[in-house]
Design a protein around this ligand. Structure first.
Ligand SMILES: O=P(O)(O)OC[C@@]1(O)O[C@H](CO)[C@@H](O)[C@@H]1O
Length: 388
């Protein structure tokens, strides 16, 4: 297979360029408006924005816990413009540097304060979430197969609601179209075939995405398709709305306190599952690493290897799964995801340039009908590959 070019953010007008030059300035403005950071933090946050658009890559200070790790990850990049680093690497470093600027890891008043918490909390408290929780009661009345399909679909489209995407999304993105690739039958067949094992779910965003993810996890446990689920979340705030352990706890609490009978029941079951370890939450540092999954460390590889199926959520995880590269869109998903150690299903709405596993006529049709189909969030895929 020919090597596809790695995406950089230095091409003016590209999606990646827009993330640094249009999305990040809005994000920084919102972060500064949402929390009363003092002059020291504000100055550092503003300097990061200037550096990341016009400056050169500088390593983290020697005092921080992951200084050596990032020094190694950035070998060959230090001193070069941000836009010359791989897009995935540069974005990941931007979020690490933002935590540095806000004092997230520094002993002091801002230590441990999630700069994105105000956005995540507002979303979880929204009436849209109330509506989704109430709708769970109706789902309970569906035949089992239809219910399972609806739960998978909610987990998939929940990815469209991520807050980072909302910063620049055009307003017509509500009109979602059909899936561009749908391997969901293969996923259900594999779950059925391997019934009773351990399923991994690699979460993406908190709030309106994590909620249906947790409901899907509950379904896997209750139906016996999994006897144990390992939920992987970020060890620290990342990409604005990515779920952390604090978000898992807040979401389970929201379910337990929900008015609808089903939601409350699911919340109670998830609480119990966490207590009995049939639902285990993991926060491996690799989930905030600027690398594709083919470079995952041995301990994480071993964890995934023991899963009957891994469900990988969202756009960033997709980029890490197949490689953040400009693949011809007709490249087989099985080829691009070949190095993942377990059967893997990607549930992703399209919000960046990377895409594989489509057929040629469909790609031609999409190219004809809308220039932004790869990034608009209107389209989605469910793709599955088993190495076994
Ligand atoms: O992983 P998610 O939440 O589905 O999407 C994250 C995302 O919107 O953020 C990046 C821009 O900051 C994009 O590359 C990517 O599409």
């Amino acid at each position: 297979m020919a090597i596809a070019p790695v995406i950089l953010s230095n091409a003016r007008g590209s999606f990646a360029w827009g993330v640094f030059h249009e999305r990040h300035p809005k994000l920084i403005e919102q972060v500064l408006a949402a929390l009363p950071y003092g002059p020291t933090e504000r100055e550092k946050i503003e300097r990061l924005l200037a550096d990341s658009t016009t400056g050169a890559l500088e390593p983290l200070g020697p005092e921080v816990h992951d200084h050596a790790q990032w020094l190694e990850w950035g070998r060959g990049l230090w001193g070069r413009p941000w836009g010359e680093a791989p897009f995935l690497w540069a974005e990941s470093y931007f979020y690490r540097r933002l935590l540095d600027a806000t004092g997230y890891f520094r002993p002091g008043a801002w230590q441990g304060i999630d700069p994105f918490a105000p956005f995540k909390n507002a979303e979880l408290a929204s009436t849209a979430v109330d509506d989704e929780l109430t709708a769970l009661d109706r789902l309970g009345t569906l035949p089992p197969q239809d219910r399972a399909k609806a739960l998978l679909s909610s987990a998939l489209w929940g990815n469209r609601a991520d807050l980072s995407f909302q910063l620049t999304a055009p307003s017509d993105t509500q009109a979602a179209t059909a899936l561009l690739a749908d391997d969901s039958d293969l996923l259900w067949t594999e779950l059925e075939r391997s019934r009773g094992g351990q399923v991994c779910l690699v979460a993406d965003n908190a709030g309106r995405e994590l909620l249906p993810d947790l409901v899907l996890i509950d379904h896997l446990l209750v139906s016996g398709l999994a006897t144990r689920v390992v939920l992987h979340v970020k060890p620290q705030p990342y990409f604005v709305s990515d779920a952390t352990m604090a978000d898992v706890l807040a979401t389970v609490a929201r379910l337990r306190a929900a008015p609808g009978a089903q939601a409350e029941l699911i919340g109670r079951r998830l609480w119990q599952a966490m207590k009995s370890d049939t639902l285990a939450v993991r926060t491996h540092p690799f989930f905030c690493a600027p690398l594709p999954y083919r470079d995952m460390p041995a301990d994480l590889r071993a964890e995934f290897s023991s899963a009957t199926v891994t469900i990988v959520k969202g756009d960033l995880n997709y980029r890490r799964l197949v490689g953040d590269q400009l693949w011809p869109p007709t490249t087989a998903f099985a080829t691009a995801a070949a190095r993942f150690p377990s059967p893997v299903a990607a549930l992703r709405t399209l919000k960046s340039d990377v895409i594989v596993g489509l057929n040629a006529p469909l790609v031609a049709e999409l190219d004809r009908s809308a220039g932004d189909w790869r990034t608009s969030g209107r389209h989605a895929v469910v793709q599955f590959h088993s190495p076994r």
